[in-house]
Design a protein around this ligand. Structure first.
Ligand SMILES: *[C@@H]1O[C@H](CO)[C@@H](O)[C@H](O)[C@H]1NC(C)=O
Ligand SMILES: *[C@@H]1O[C@H](CO)[C@@H](O)[C@H](O)[C@H]1NC(C)=O
Ligand SMILES: *[C@@H]1O[C@H](CO)[C@@H](O)[C@H](O)[C@H]1NC(C)=O
Ligand SMILES: *[C@@H]1O[C@H](CO)[C@@H](O)[C@H](O)[C@H]1NC(C)=O
Ligand SMILES: *[C@@H]1O[C@H](CO)[C@@H](O)[C@H](O)[C@H]1NC(C)=O
Length: 750
């Protein structure tokens, strides 16, 4: 509970639960239509039409309409929200519950259920990730030239300097997308497409209501913009990961309805036809069966067209099993810090100083000690969180006010303290936050501190009747040797839906990220802001996937993912294992394969490739019914005729094993994408409590794209050897003279 509250406050996200959305909908649609809701209807597409010919995609819309109840025949144009052509066999339509029930009884209809709303889950990151002009991956990919990234998000400000197209060539001729902006502020060779898929707003071009889409699109593919920064901090040249790539925005969220499922499916459906190369989705619904998850469904069609799909892992950490977007054909991205701190110190009357972060660092704030108060001391929850109006009965004039993080956005807390006459704010964190300090643009002098500091500051207040404090601003500091550090909110594995696949796949920059913003928080143009979330780490990986696609046009989405995962860093800048928000070694369910290293991903040596058809034996192995698998793959699958595999047998670039008392045996197939003649030897970091045997232990390649299969056996040991641990982790690494191909191993003990 506390966690949910915190997320709303800390992380940029939209919160629209299905209930509140239904209520709003009813309000807006009084009278006869009051019961109408948007339903997602899956149908089994007829193999042939009456003339014995397969239905063409243009004919699908007409055929879908024939399935509708007679009673709505006259209003069908109004009722139809979207006819899907690629991502699902089916459509979105506004129906009453009775109409939906009648529809579901038709033989062709697989399911008809009300749509759900999804939750949205930002100068310095290129250099932190080792991306430099004229070197490595930026050189080999020509900054992502010729690649189109489709961003499915909240819309975009087309005139932001991050989307300036100076020096950009037109998009490749395969691009068929549209731009709904008109006039001077329209699309260009950088922003090549922009659509609004929210039916009720179709007449409006996809302008941004939230800044989230502008931020994520700029992180993936923003142009170089000099002198970006906020309040003079985090200054530098802003750039996305793939500054040479094109962007297309598909708007699926607004401030009225949230992010609707029908719009997300529509966006993916259209993006596939438009010709995008990469799809970036910083939103999700939590763990769901893949046939019931719109993003998993859309992504399955996308990968069949060779489109790479990158998604946020969600912001529900640090508890285990809190992921969204778990399908193995998606790259699932967790969030970690960068080595930049926008630093400030909370200094107490007893001389103690505690490190924190804050964006707004006014130079005229005095370093003299002021009285320090914690309005939450009287046990009043509202005043503890400094909610609007909650400081009415407190004398905070000219004082430093302690406010607890959570419940409402930290900016609102700042406004309440300002309103009540406070001089400054210290934002204190609960235990789950650990040392993380995802900061924001407070409207007054402030500093946000981690849990340890929070506890010490409150103890000091308790112990002193004349508590005092001030804030010392330190500006932007680069070089935190603990970076990358997994942030508390980054969702953790294991995967709930498919525990045999290790998730998240990777972590990337997602804390205090500067990128394009819609309106300037300091009323200066160009406008930038610093925000945090897996919403921010996802587009970083989308941009890097675009670079890899540009450098290696022949790589499949699975090959790109493998390159990203097998070359990831497991050490931080200080050369020690990556830590989490508690400053303890981060485990495999926090980091997945580790932290993205773009230049190494450009030259992985070997990849684990997966053909889209390879997922069918895997899906059958998840015990989905033929009908359920049909929703995903859009053709008839009979699992009884398929050589079903265990989840961990999928040719995935990691292992996730659930080990009982018997040995398990899997194979993996490597494809040589490095030098033709190369020899690899295996190195095993054996997880404790079991044995691992790999055969063969040396592999010699003699050709490019040559495939070699090896086998791995996981052998349980006597239970006593496991201690009281519920899981263990290790890695299997193929090493040649030039390459290190690392596959992480997680083992959950049954
Ligand atoms: C600091 O400067 C700002 C903007 O110029 C002003 O609004 C504020 O009152 C000043 N604060 C102090 C403590 O002088
Ligand atoms: C105040 O917070 C505590 C702990 O978070 C909670 O148990 C209690 O229900 C809250 N009280 C009110 C009135 O919200
Ligand atoms: C401070 O005092 C309050 C009220 O006595 C108590 O609930 C709280 O736990 C104390 N906090 C610390 C950090 O000692
Ligand atoms: C690979 O090695 C084989 C045998 O050693 C040799 O015949 C072949 O020319 C080599 N190929 C390349 C590309 O170096
Ligand atoms: C777990 O193992 C550790 C070390 O082996 C031991 O100190 C601890 O008491 C054990 N905990 C439980 C609950 O058995």
């Amino acid at each position: 509970m506390e966690k949910t509250i915190l997320l709303i406050a800390l992380v940029f996200m939209l919160t629209c639960n299905p209930t509140s959305m239904a209520e709003e909908f009813i309000e807006e649609n009084k009278g006869h239509q009051s019961e109408l809701r948007t339903y997602i209807v899956h149908v089994s597409r007829p193999e042939r039409n009456n003339n014995g010919v397969s239905l063409q995609s243009e004919e699908l819309h007409g055929w879908y309409q024939t399935l509708m109840p007679q009673t709505i025949a006259t209003s069908i144009q109004d009722r139809m929200v979207f006819s899907y052509r690629n991502v699902v066999s089916g459509f979105a339509v506004r129906l009453t519950p009775e109409e939906a029930k009648a529809l579901e009884e038709k033989e062709e209809v697989v399911s008809a259920r009300p749509e759900r709303t999804l939750t949205l889950h930002t100068t310095h990151t290129p250099s932190f990730l080792g991306l430099r002009q004229g070197q490595g991956l930026w050189k080999d990919s020509n900054l992502g030239r010729g690649v189109i990234i489709g961003v499915i998000d909240t819309g975009i400000f087309p005139y932001h300097p991050s989307f300036n197209d100076e020096g950009m060539p037109p998009p490749p001729t395969k691009w068929k997308g549209h731009c709904e902006f008109t006039g001077q502020r329209t699309c260009n060779n950088k922003l090549v497409g922009a659509r609004n898929l929210l039916k009720e707003a179709l007449e409006e071009p996809p302008f941004e209501n939230f800044f989230h889409g502008t931020h994520t699109a700029a992180e993936a593919a923003g142009a170089f913009v000099e002198d970006a920064g906020v309040f003079g901090n985090a200054k530098g040249t802003a750039a996305g990961m793939a500054p040479g790539a094109h962007v297309a925005m598909y708007k699926v969220c607004n401030d009225k309805v949230g992010c609707t499922e029908s719009a997300i499916l529509a966006a993916m459906d259209i993006a596939i036809e438009d010709g995008v190369d990469v799809l970036s989705l910083s939103l999700g619904l939590g763990s769901l069966p893949f046939f019931d998850d719109p993003i998993a469904i859309g992504a399955f069609s996308a990968i069949q067209s060779g489109i790479f799909v990158s998604c946020s892992a969600a912001n529900s950490g640090p508890e285990y099993g809190t992921l969204s977007n778990e399908a193995p054909w998606i790259l699932t991205v967790g969030a970690s810090t960068i080595d930049r701190k926008i630093a400030a110190l909370a200094k107490l009357g007893n001389g103690a100083k505690y490190q924190g972060e804050t964006l707004f660092q006014p130079s005229n704030f005095s370093s003299e000690l002021l009285p320090l108060v914690y309005p939450g001391l009287n046990g009043n929850n509202e005043s503890a969180f400094c909610t609007p109006g909650s400081l009415d009965n407190f004398d905070v004039k000219g004082k430093v006010v302690v406010c607890d993080l959570g419940k409402i956005s930290s900016v609102l807390k700042g406004q309440e303290v300002l309103r009540a006459g406070g001089a400054a704010v210290i934002l204190t964190s609960p235990e789950i936050v650990g040392y993380s300090t995802p900061t924001t643009a407070y409207p007054l002098p402030a500093v946000q501190v981690g849990f340890g500091a929070s506890f010490a500051i409150k103890s000091y207040i308790n112990s002193s009747s004349t508590a005092q404090a001030t804030i010392l601003f330190e500006g932007t500091i680069i070089g935190d040797s603990l970076a990358p550090e997994v942030v508390f909110f980054s969702s953790r594995g294991p995967s709930q839906e498919s525990p045999g696949i290790l998730k998240p796949d990777i972590i990337g920059p997602g804390v205090n990220i500067l990128a394009a913003w819609g309106v300037s928080v300091d009323n200066k143009v160009p406008s930038y802001n610093v925000v945090s979330g897996t919403s921010m780490s996802c587009p970083h990986l989308s941009g890097i996937a675009a670079l890899l696609k540009s450098a290696h046009p022949d790589w499949s989405p699975a090959a790109i993912k493998s390159a990203i995962m097998t070359t990831a860093d497991t050490k931080n800048l200080g050369g020690l294992p990556i830590v989490d928000q508690r400053h303890l070694n981060a485990d495999i369910f926090a980091t997945g394969a580790g932290h993205i290293n773009p230049n190494r991903a450009n030259d992985p040596g070997l990849v684990y490739d997966i053909h889209p058809d390879d997922y069918i034996p895997y899906l059958c192995g998840l015990s989905y019914t033929d009908r359920e698998i049909g929703i995903l793959v859009q053709r008839k699958v009979v699992c009884a005729n398929v050589k079903v595999i265990a989840e961990a047998q999928l040719n995935y670039p990691s292992f996730s094993i659930i080990l009982g008392t018997t040995s398990q045996y899997y194979t993996r197939t490597l494809t040589n994408v490095g030098p033709a003649n190369s020899t690899y030897s295996v190195d095993i970091d054996v997880p404790f409590g079991l044995g691992v045997s790999v055969n063969p232990s040396q592999i010699r390649f003699s050709e490019l794209n040559q495939k070699v299969t090896y086998s791995v056996e996981f052998i349980p040991q006597v239970r006593e050897n496991r201690g009281n641990h519920s899981f263990a982790q290790g890695a299997l690494t193929w090493i040649s003279q030039k390459h290190t191909v690392r596959t992480p191993i997680s083992v959950i003990f049954k």
